[in-house]
Unconditional design. Structure first.
Lengths: 196, 196
DNA sequence: CGATTGACCGACCGATCGTGCTACTGTCGC
DNA sequence: GCGACAGTAGCACGATCGGTCGGTCAATCG
């Protein structure tokens, strides 16, 4: 990996962290440059525009999410173990402030009615996320673990809601009980699709 | 109501709308002044600082939420009808982009680890929201409609998640099916606390 | 060895940010 | 009819925004 590429990666690592805390709009070139130890212009040369920087940051966050949440889940046996691993990893990622998931959560409200490439990327990644969950459910149905009439998209949306509620409540209220409630909600949602 | 007060109210109405779309941080004095038809300084005189403006905007959004969602629900009979009205009003409020609810959803990620009066207000209002839901559940338990061992806080967090997932998915993906799924999730959550 | 190139910096641009200060305008009590 | 005062505008400020430009330094290559 050349010097440029490694610098770029280091910058993106910092960028994801900032974006997770301050939001994608709050990710400013000046502050990012300072945090990354580069000059504004030096950093800017790597991306060319703010939009490109935002896109790259979202992409980096996505990669981290895939590596730290999705892939470990896919390494588990299909059905409930896979789904549970996915949920568990996603949950602790949110709790511990892993930039990946949080970037999306912070970014979505900012861009949800502000057309552009960033919004398109967020929407596309979000769809992928929900699809991934749906496919895990589908696999569980094929395995006979889940009811044949279970609705994968329904479960995906419910799971997303469980994590979202946990994220907001935990981040804002700092109440550890929210984590327990999230797990309980997950178990309940799973119960409803489990084969009798 | 004096001229000042009515102008202030009109400004806040516009402010909530902008904050719901662009976020509280994206609510800029310049753009707000232009949208409201005042000069920057003329508008600024009403609030004195940006933080005060944000606080007032959050407060206004809260008032609207109370009037348009909470109070209509409280006018219903306790237990399920009340809870259902609350959920239904909340849902369509999010769908139709009523500024009230959206301001909170947009604002939370921006302020969740940025200490200050705005964050405190958001956290306090969020707690109130969850408490209100919890009390509705409690009332249903007292009525015998819900199981005695139902956990109000658990239900509150789950309901919050259902609406959050709907909000994000609908706003970002524009998929009408998300609304049906939200209703189905609500029914399922209700089933789990209903007295046998 | 000199020429080229990729990575980076300092200085700077116009625009906009939040925020003061001052002055005008209308309304109302006397 | 006049002073008081609330409401609003004009204007300017320092800071910061995204972005540009010319240039430096080290490594690479012929």
């Amino acid at each position: 990996m050349g010097k440029g590429a490694s610098t770029r990666l280091a910058v993106l690592e910092v960028a994801t962290e900032i974006a997770a805390r301050r939001g994608l709009a709050g990710l400013t070139i000046g502050t990012l440059a300072e945090s990354a130890g580069l000059s504004k212009s030096g950093l800017f040369a790597h991306f060319g525009s703010k939009e490109e920087l935002q896109l790259a940051t979202v992409g980096h966050a996505r990669d981290r999410f895939v590596n730290e949440v999705l892939l470990p889940a896919l390494a588990q046996p299909r059905g409930e173990p896979r789904l549970r691993t996915f949920f568990e990893r996603w949950l602790v990622a949110c709790r511990d402030g892993m930039p990946a998931g949080c970037v999306y959560l912070s970014a979505k409200p900012e861009f949800d009615d502000q057309p552009g490439r960033v919004r398109d990327q967020l929407a596309s990644d979000y769809r992928d996320l929900l699809d991934s969950i749906g496919q895990m459910v589908q696999a569980g149905i094929a395995e006979g673990q889940f009811r044949a009439d279970a609705d994968p998209a329904q479960f995906a949306q419910e799971l997303d809601g469980i994590v979202l509620a946990f994220f907001f409540a935990y981040r804002l209220l700092r109440d550890p009980a929210t984590e327990t409630r999230a797990r309980r909600a997950f178990d309940a949602a799973l119960d409803r699709i489990r084969a009798t």
